[in-house]
Ligand binder design. Structure first.
Ligand code: FCB
Length: 482
């Protein structure tokens, strides 16, 4: 006994308890543990996919007329990214996209979410379009369709053309984004049925302009940051309108948003209600504004003199009706009911709370269920997609070339179980895009954090499926999580 660690001791106790239980009432216990396969099924036509983003995978930063984005500038600025790493080469997917489509094909996915680099299409952000840039995406789309994989295009995943004066500080950038979205949809909507406007407002507004962690690396005061946030959501609305005017009547439009997800500390009516309130109020500058076409009273009061300057007509544009909402879901926040005027309090995490390889990536698989349930109950969107979910782990290549990422499989299995719960309860969840198809450039973390289900040797560009790829292929082929 003296050599047993506390963990092993616990395991032994549990084993003893289970054995005792088993001898008395095995059938009920066993039934509860082994959910029947049918109960873990996903709806038919559920879209299984993978997600990537242009700057994280394409490389080829000066090929075929592309001009720099703010991420090129930022990553080339000393001290901004891990070991000064840049997306200059990344996964070289600009040249290797056919190989990447093969990876998708071998997983059996029916959808691929990727983003377009704005500065390949309009190298200066506005003005003359660059046909060679558009040609590249035409080739990617055609290759996907040849393989029966539907393209899901994100128009903006943070790589803002450097040439746009003032970046998101300028309202003109919102207008430029609307024009770019209109142009792309006009040329691709014959073969692309779904567009996402922007990816994760808070990351390209607050992280870029408030705490300086992301491009362009500024630290501005609140009033300016709130204005930048406003330009971000206005850009989204202008893009929705630009796409509607140029695409086809049945083109579907949404956004990919990392709304903060509030998990009730325990599942009681009171705590669930607290989670709903927090969902609306804490996401007020972004998702609430987009889905309601207004800022909440609470947000405007809290910001006071720093509230954004809103021009006539802006909120109507921002609230343009959407066909679906995409949610990027990674980590939970826990909330409980209290007697404050808002009716809720956010719980700090215990220091022992577990996380994946990225220190910010706290593990709480129920987050995916509550993301869907909270958003559905607060705003009743027509349809939802999980547009990102996945994790970093310290993947190591074994001597015989395998990557046994059991921790990633654990993370995914638990999240998909909770996703299945949401689907089985009837929430309108239509698909899931795993982040990410392959290891790639993880922004300020450079290449130090691997999120792929395919391992990439960044020197040779060799792609190797990890255990998690094998596992995901099984999920897709059974349309069920075991
Ligand atoms: C999300 C980003 C995506 C990737 C994952 C890990 O916030 O949208 O590009 O970096 O996190």
């Amino acid at each position: 006994m003296k050599n047993l660690t506390r963990r092993r001791f616990g395991k032994t106790l549990a084993g003893t308890a289970a054995a005792a239980f088993a001898s008395s009432s095995l059938p009920r216990f066993a039934l509860a543990q082994m959910a029947s396969p049918a109960s873990r099924q996903f709806p038919s036509n559920f879209v299984w996919g993978c997600a990537t983003a242009a700057y994280q995978i394409e490389g080829a930063v000066s090929e075929d007329g592309r001009k720099p984005s703010i991420w090129d500038t930022f990553s080339h600025t000393p001290g901004k990214t891990f070991h000064g790493e840049t997306g200059d080469v990344a996964d070289d997917s600009y040249n290797l996209y056919k190989e990447d489509v093969k990876l998708l094909k071998s997983l059996g996915v029916s959808g691929y979410r990727f983003s377009i680099a704005w500065s390949r299409i309009f190298p200066d952000g506005t003005g003359q379009p660059n046909e060679k840039g558009l040609d590249y995406y035409q080739r990617v789309v055609d290759e996907l369709l040849r393989n029966n994989i539907s393209p899901y295009i994100t128009l903006f995943h943070w790589d803002l053309p450097q040439a746009l004066p003032g970046g998101w500080q300028s309202r003109d950038t919102s207008k430029a984004f609307g024009d770019y979205a209109a142009y792309v949809s006009k040329h691709l909507a014959d073969r692309v049925g779904r567009f996402f406007t922007t990816n994760e407002f808070v990351c390209f507004t607050d992280l870029g302009y408030k705490n300086g962690q992301f491009a362009p690396g500024l630290k501005l005061p609140d009033a300016q940051v709130n204005q930048i946030r406003h330009h971000g959501i206005l850009a989204h609305g202008m893009a929705v309108q630009g796409i509607r005017a140029n695409a086809r009547p049945d083109t579907q439009i949404g956004l990919a948003e990392n709304a903060t997800v509030y998990v009730p500390v325990i599942e009681t009516r009171e705590q669930i209600e607290a989670a709903r309130r927090a969902t609306r109020e804490e996401n007020a500058p972004f998702l609430a504004a987009v889905l309601e076409g207004k800022y909440t009273d609470g947000y405007l009061q809290r910001q006071g003199a720093n509230a954004p300057k809103v021009e006539a007509g802006d909120m109507k544009i921002i609230g343009s009706p959407l066909d679906f909402v995409g949610l990027n879901v990674y980590d939970p926040e826990y909330v409980r009911a209290d007697s404050s005027p808002d009716g809720y309090a956010i719980e700090p995490r215990p220091t022992s709370y577990p996380h994946m390889a990225s220190p910010w990536l706290y593990i709480g698989p129920e987050v995916i269920y509550w993301a869907i349930r909270n958003v559905s109950e607060v705003w009743k969107p027509k349809a939802l997609f999980i547009t990102e979910n996945g994790c970093s782990s310290d993947d190591v290549l074994t001597a015989d070339g395998r990557i046994e990422d059991t921790d990633r499989v654990m993370y995914l299995r638990n999240h998909l179980s909770n996703l299945q719960r949401a689907a089985s309860e009837g929430y309108p969840i239509k698909g899931y895009f795993l982040w990410s198809l392959l290891d790639n450039y993880e922004w300020a973390d450079g290449y130090s954090k691997r999120f792929g289900i395919h391992y990439v040797d960044f020197k040779t560009q060799t792609r190797t499926p990890k255990l998690s790829a094998e596992w995901y292929r099984e999920v897709i082929s059974r349309n069920a999580v075991e």
